[in-house]
Design a protein around this ligand. Structure first.
Ligand SMILES: NC(=O)c1ccc[n+]([C@@H]2O[C@H](COP(=O)([O-])OP(=O)(O)OC[C@H]3O[C@@H](n4cnc5c(N)ncnc54)[C@H](O)[C@@H]3O)[C@@H](O)[C@H]2O)c1
Length: 268
């Protein structure tokens, strides 16, 4: 999607971190931005900041795990802007811990946000984008965990980010004939509030929880989320499928595919 000026984007999880970085970079490119998030106050603050750049921006409360909430988001976006050209399915949560010790309700929460949130976004917005006509684009936020060697202690999160890669890769083939491009953003560590994702865990998944401080310290070493936003918008403009913000993760990707190819060699 080369032309971004005067287009309309919806960014889920746009109130914080990478989503806010993407929203800022889009606004700088002249794109009108809907900031969709479960955190209404911060979303409004981001929308107000973006309007200073001379574009239209609107904050809309949305829980991506609830299909009705995503439908209401789409209804409102079309009512206010008449179209949506770019959907960024970015809202996501992290959870750490050994796979077999993960409480089932926590695993369900991470899948609900990271996988069903992306599915809800795509399946609610794409038919409406097709009806509106014209080129469109879907950006799904994956992770280094979508493409590299998995880290121990991140089992459920890794599984969800593999799922985001799988559905994005199929979607790009299904949507090519209708002129909708698909990208997956696969960042390494980014300095965001993901360390404390449990602040938004819904009651049905066990309610809010505080995260350990060491996770905060780990994330604090990461890339500036505004830089990730600029890289992402450049990748969307080029129509890249894989958007790779962290060149240093290349060795974990190479190692993964070398192991796979070596298994073919060994077994043939
Ligand atoms: N920070 C990293 O190191 C990193 C690395 C790779 C990928 N990611 C991915 O980036 C994306 C954004 O995370 P971040 O790091 O910016 O974290 P963040 O916590 O700073 O931002 C996430 C945003 O999503 C919102 N959110 C959470 N649950 C939601 C729900 N059910 N519905 C709607 N909004 C919801 C939060 O309120 C928050 O505003 C996630 O998909 C995450 O998995 C992060």
């Amino acid at each position: 999607m080369q032309e971004l000026e005067n287009k309309v984007a919806v960014v889920t999880g746009g109130a914080s971190g990478i989503g806010r970085g993407i929203a800022r970079a889009l606004a700088a490119a002249g794109t009108h931005v809907v900031v969709a998030d479960v955190e209404g106050g911060p979303a409004k603050a981001v929308a107000a900041e973006l309007e200073q750049k001379g574009i239209r921006s609107l904050a809309i409360d949305c829980d991506v795990t609830e299909r009705a909430s995503v439908e209401a988001l789409a209804d409102r976006a079309w009512k206010e802007f008449g179209r949506v050209d770019l959907l960024c399915n970015n809202a996501g949560v992290g959870a750490a811990g050994p796979l077999t010790e993960t409480p089932p309700h926590n695993a369900e929460w991470v899948f609900a946000v990271n996988v069903f949130g992306v599915f809800n976004g795509c399946s609610v917005f794409v038919p409406r984008m097709c009806e509106s006509g014209g080129p469109g684009h879907i950006l799904n936020t994956g992770s280094e965990h979508s493409i590299g060697i998995p880290f121990a202690g991140m089992g459920i999160y890794t599984a969800t980010k593999h799922a985001v890669l799988g559905l994005s890769d199929v979607l790009r083939r299904e949507l090519e004939p209708v002129g909708i491009g698909v990208s997956i953003l696969c960042p390494g560590v980014v300095r965001t509030e993901i360390w404390n994702a449990g602040r938004n865990r819904q009651e049905q998944f066990g309610g809010a929880q505080q995260s350990p401080e060491e996770f905060r310290n780990f994330v604090a070493e990461g890339m500036d989320p505004d830089e990730v936003g600029r890289i992402t918008v450049a990748g969307i403009r080029r129509g890249d499928f894989y958007i790779l913000s962290h060149p240093e993760i290349r060795p974990i990707v190479e190692a993964r595919y070398q192991e796979l190819l070596a298994a073919f060699d060994k077994q043939s």
